[in-house]
Design a protein around this ligand. Structure first.
Ligand code: SF4
Ligand code: SF4
Length: 147
């Protein structure tokens, strides 16, 4: 057994600090997503939520996010269904499905910039909501739900 908390604890057992540290800062959950009701696929756009700091790829009003952006989903360990909307690389979704963290995850590398260095961050790739226009023109990825 390793000494890493994420390998030894379930999501429900983690402390608040451990839970928060799982977020790799990719910001890929902070872009608008659409769902194709016919196929059930999720269409990911590159249009960022208005509260996303485009430089740091972090929420600029994290503590108030639920109040300021009612559609923002504040995850907890019991929200397995909501995790299907997260990108396949998201630590919460991976661990909820019994998978490992990717090798570039900051908890694995010890480097807070490793998400960006691995090309997994939306930094320099997202479009501000105020400039985007129609979301349908900003589809960058399509994924099935589930898993
Ligand atoms: S997709 Fe997951 S890892 Fe990435 S910013 Fe959102 S919660 Fe954090
Ligand atoms: S409110 Fe913050 S955490 Fe929620 S989607 Fe927007 S930027 Fe992301």
């Amino acid at each position: 057994m390793s000494g890493y908390f994420w390998e030894n604890k379930g999501l429900e057992e983690m402390t608040r600090q451990e839970w928060e540290s799982l977020c790799d800062g990719c910001a890929r959950c902070c872009v608008y997503k659409l769902r194709d009701d016919d196929s059930g696929y999720i269409l990911y756009t590159n249009v960022a939520c208005r509260l996303l700091n485009m430089e740091t790829c972090r929420c600029s009003r994290y503590a108030e996010r639920r109040r300021l952006v009612p559609e923002c989903v504040v995850l907890n360990a019991k929200m397995r269904d909501e995790m299907r909307w997260l990108p396949s690389t998201c630590a919460y979704r991976l661990l909820a499905n019994g998978r490992e963290l990717p090798s570039w995850h900051p908890l694995v590398t010890g480097d807070p910039d490793s998400t960006r260095d691995a090309g997994m961050s939306l930094r320099d790739r997202a479009v501000p909501e105020s400039e985007a226009g129609d979301l349908i023109n900003h589809i960058v990825d399509v994924q099935p739900t589930g898993g």
